[in-house]
Ligand binder design. Structure first.
Ligand SMILES: O=C(CO)COP(=O)(O)O
Length: 127
């Protein structure tokens, strides 16, 4: 099953919720995983089930990066806050890097996320 990760920094969580609500039917066909607070918010505000990892600053990005390294992840939506420094910046950089290494689709904006979700849904329909 197509497995994707949903991650959003605090300022981007409203955008992530809006994306999850807009694409709820599509996302419901996927196996979803996310960082702690992002997952909790999505589950509170949609009917989606998201496997909860640790919160980002506590290692959630690293856990998701490990799944990328293991070849378990088909795509990542990571809505980053480009204007606020994060204490776990090394973890964030590592996640972006490991997606590059394994050529896993990674969206860091709403517009690119929509392309990835639609592309993965199309791949699924073609299977
Ligand atoms: O910090 C994050 C990603 O780097 C997101 O973590 P939360 O979803 O727990 O807020």
């Amino acid at each position: 099953m197509t497995r994707i990760a949903l991650i959003a920094h605090d300022d981007e969580k409203p955008e992530m919720i809006d994306l999850a609500q807009s694409y709820e039917a599509t996302l419901s066909e996927f196996d979803l995983v996310g960082t702690g607070t992002t997952s909790k918010r999505i589950m509170a505000e949609t009917d989606l089930t998201v496997e909860r990892k640790e919160s980002g600053p506590m290692g959630g990005d690293t856990q998701i990066g490990a799944e990328v390294a293991e070849g378990r992840m088909d795509g990542i939506v990571f809505l980053r806050d480009p204007l606020t420094a994060q204490p776990h910046e090394p973890d964030i950089s590592a996640l972006l890097r490991i997606c590059d290494v394994h050529d896993v689709p990674l969206a860091t904006t709403r517009a690119s996320a929509e392309y990835i979700l639609e592309g993965l849904a199309q791949d699924r329909a073609d299977d």
